[in-house]
Ligand binder design. Structure first.
Ligand SMILES: [Fe+2]
Length: 163
């Protein structure tokens, strides 16, 4: 994709976001869910997966709202985060420690998502694409909430670790 103007850049950002949300929905969240043990963590992942389904739809709508057809473009940073997380998770044999590690992976991913939403929201706003910015803000706010929830849960699980 050529980046000749600000709209091209916005579309590139939106395409990465669409890929990220789809990858989380179809692959990453289910894998972390199945690799974790604490019922609270599994529940948190299940409910965030439901939100993520909506996030995919909103990003698609956001792309249409700027007059383009939804297309996704691979996010190499997320791919790498996933790869490194999986490698490290396999090394952890302690059940609670692995759950804490998974929480850390979720926190990192939410931060990465937020770091992709913020510039896209700024650019959509600057270009006058209000509907696009509004849709992205909804996703960003839900991801920010998910981040807070998982941080709390991580603190709770950490209390159960052997000292
Ligand atoms: Fe999200």
């Amino acid at each position: 994709m050529s980046l000749a103007n600000p709209r091209d850049l916005l579309l590139q950002q939106l395409s990465e976001l669409l890929w990220i949300e789809r990858k989380l929905f179809f692959e990453i969240i289910p894998a972390v869910h199945d690799g974790s043990q604490a019922p609270e963590l599994q529940q948190a992942l299940t409910s965030h997966r439901e939100e993520t389904r909506t996030h995919c739809v909103r990003v698609e709508e956001a792309i249409r709202s700027v007059g383009a057809e939804p297309a996704s473009a691979a996010s190499l940073p997320l791919e790498k985060l996933k790869e490194v997380h999986e490698e490290n998770a396999q090394q952890i044999t302690h059940r609670v420690l692995r759950d804490v590690f998974h929480c850390g992976g979720v926190v990192r991913t939410e931060h990465y998502e937020l770091s992709c939403y913020d510039p896209a929201i700024e650019l959509a706003g600057a270009l006058g694409h209000k509907e696009c910015a509004r849709l992205l803000e909804q996703n960003r706010d839900e991801d920010a909430n998910a981040l807070k929830k998982i941080e709390k849960l991580a603190a709770k699980l950490q209390d159960q670790l052997p000292r």
